[in-house]
Structure formats: structure tokens, C-alpha cells
Ligand binder design. Structure first.
Ligand SMILES: NC(=O)c1ccc[n+]([C@@H]2O[C@H](COP(=O)([O-])OP(=O)(O)OC[C@H]3O[C@@H](n4cnc5c(N)ncnc54)[C@H](OP(=O)(O)O)[C@@H]3O)[C@@H](O)[C@H]2O)c1
Length: 259
């Protein structure tokens, strides 16, 4: 994947109203990038305005990413405001918490819609526009749980495994024309657990001692600049993925015991 300077590039960032997406958008503004940002909470998106150098640097388009009409509007606005795009950052995501047997088909559908079908369909309509851009780039915010699954997050893990598999296949198809970066954070301080589609879990899900969204965003921008195709953000997560490859039976036992 080629190295790139981020200055003046045009990006669409999904899920930019909080957490990792907000931080990615904020740091891209500091690098003089031009942004289309989206999420459902317009008031939160508007907080990004204070970090813009000029009013024309950022455009907010509020809506639900699972709505195909909204995704089309995002493409129209990118062309209208910036005459195209150089990058798409698929960050919007939701989780479901609790055992699969206590969950419902609706939860599975919702998690897959937000975390898998929406980013993939956004990529489908963005590719013709991106191909005309400067060093075009797709960034998919996945998770370490897209490499190794854990209990009580079956729908979430399934969605991130799907995004991981799709990203590997698409990267190979696109070759040098459009780059694809897969980002796999570990637990990060954000509203993700509080905003779960459903929480049937008896466990307390905390993110206090986790990475900050600011650090995840910083490492993501670094990887975009240096031309990496995949990053796993913590040493613990790298160790888990390696252990799962080398000793899957032992890893299964450890995960079953400690979750
Ligand atoms: N936090 C973690 O521990 C962690 C770890 C690994 C990976 N990740 C991944 O990082 C990404 C960002 O999550 P986060 O931790 O920053 O959580 P977050 O603060 O809850 O952010 C989620 C973002 O997604 C947006 N979103 C959710 N559903 C949407 C929908 N239907 N339509 C449009 N936007 C929607 C939310 O905006 P609105 O509610 O305003 O629509 C929000 O901006 C996700 O893909 C997540 O899976 C997080």
C-alpha cells in the first residue's frame, strides 16, 4: 500500500458522532483534510465544527447508515462539495451483549446490518468515485474480535469476522488501484457497550482501563500515512491472535474459562 500525505485529501467518515470516529474526524481536520461526516446524532457531529479551520472543510450529513437512500446521499454530497473522495473510513458500529441463546433474530440482523452490510454496500457505491481520487483508500474499523471470537458477543464477532474476510478478499481484487486498511482495535473507552443493540449479559462490561479513542485514531492515521494494510493495536491482542493460530485448543479452553 502506498505512503500518503493526508493534507488536503477528501474523506468520508461514518460513525463520527462519538468515540473512535469522532477522534478520527478531529485528527483529520487538524491535518487539513476535507471531510464529509455522518452518524444519526447531528448535534454530536456539529461539535466537530470547532476543530475546522474553515467552514467549507467539513460537511455533516445526519442519517442512519443502514438506510440505502442515506448512503446514496453521502456519495452525492461528496461529489457536490468536494468533487469526489480520496478515502472512505467505515467506522460506524454497534455491539450486542449476552449469550446467543438469550438473544433474538432481530439483534443478529441489526448488528450485521450496521457492522457488515452497510460498510460493504457503502464501498460498492464509493468505489467508482474513489477510483478517480488521489491514492484512494478504504479504511475498515474492525476489531480484534474479528480475529478471535469470545463468548457473549457472538453477533458482534460474526460481523467483524465477516468484515475481516471481506476486506482481505477485496484488497486482493483491488490490487494497487485502491488500498484497503483493516484496523483491529482492542477494547477502547467509548459508548459502544452502553449503546449495545441489546444487553442480556450478567457481566459488567467496562472500558475504563482500555485504550483511548484518541490513541486508536492516532494509530489509524499513522497506518494510513505509512501505507500499512492491517493493524492490530495492542500487544495483548497480537499475542491472543498468535496463540489462537499456534494453540487453538488451549486458546479455546482459556477463553471459555476467562472469557
Ligand atoms: N470501543 C471498543 O472497545 C471497540 C473495540 C474494537 C473495535 N471497535 C469498533 O470501533 C468502531 C467505533 O466504535 P466506538 O467504540 O467509537 O463506539 P461509539 O462511541 O458507540 O461509536 C459508534 C458510532 O457509530 C455510529 N452508529 C451506530 N449505529 C449507527 C447507525 N445505524 N447509523 C449511523 N451511525 C451509527 C454512532 O453514531 P450515532 O449513534 O450518532 O448514529 C457512533 O458515531 C465500531 O465499528 C466498533 O465496532 C470498538
Amino acid at each position: 500500500m502506498p505512503k500518503r500525505r493526508l493534507k488536503d485529501l477528501r474523506f468520508l467518515v461514518t460513525g463520527a458522532s462519538s468515540g473512535i470516529g469522532f477522534e478520527i474526524a478531529r485528527q483529520l481536520l487538524q491535518r487539513n483534510c476535507r471531510l464529509i461526516v455522518t452518524a444519526r446524532r447531528l448535534q454530536n457531529l456539529e461539535r466537530l465544527l470547532q476543530f475546522a479551520i474553515s467552514e467549507d472543510q467539513i460537511h455533516m450529513v445526519a442519517g442512519d447508515i443502514t438506510d440505502a437512500a442515506h448512503r446514496s446521499v453521502l456519495m452525492e454530497k461528496s461529489v457536490e462539495h468536494f468533487d469526489g473522495l480520496d478515502g472512505l473510513i467505515n467506522n460506524a458500529g454497534v455491539s450486542g451483549l449476552g449469550r446467543f441463546e438469550d438473544s433474538s433474530p432481530d439483534v443478529l440482523r441489526r448488528v450485521m446490518e450496521v457492522n457488515f452490510f452497510s460498510p460493504v454496500e457503502l464501498i460498492r457505491i464509493a468505489l467508482p468515485i474513489l477510483r478517480k481520487g488521489t491514492k484512494p483508500l478504504l479504511v475498515n474499523i474492525s476489531s480484534v474480535l474479528g480475529h478471535r471470537a469470545v463468548p457473549e458477543k457472538s453477533e458482534y464477532c460474526a460481523s467483524k469476522f465477516a468484515l475481516h474476510g471481506f476486506s482481505d478478499a477485496l484488497r486482493a481484487e483491488l490490487g494497487n488501484d485502491v488500498s484497503l486498511l483493516l484496523v483491529s482495535p482492542s477494547t477502547t473507552k467509548s459508548d459502544l457497550f452502553d449503546n449495545a443493540v441489546e444487553n442480556n449479559s450478567h457481566r459488567e462490561w467496562k472500558s475504563e482501563n482500555a485504550m483511548t479513542a484518541e490513541a486508536v485514531a492516532r494509530k489509524t492515521l499513522q497506518a494510513m500515512t505509512t501505507g500499512k494494510h492491517e493493524i492490530i493495536l495492542t500487544l495483548g491482542a497480537k499475542g491472543l491472535v498468535l496463540m489462537d493460530r499456534l494453540a487453538p485448543t488451549l486458546t479455546n479452553k482459556v477463553i471459555q474459562r476467562f472469557g
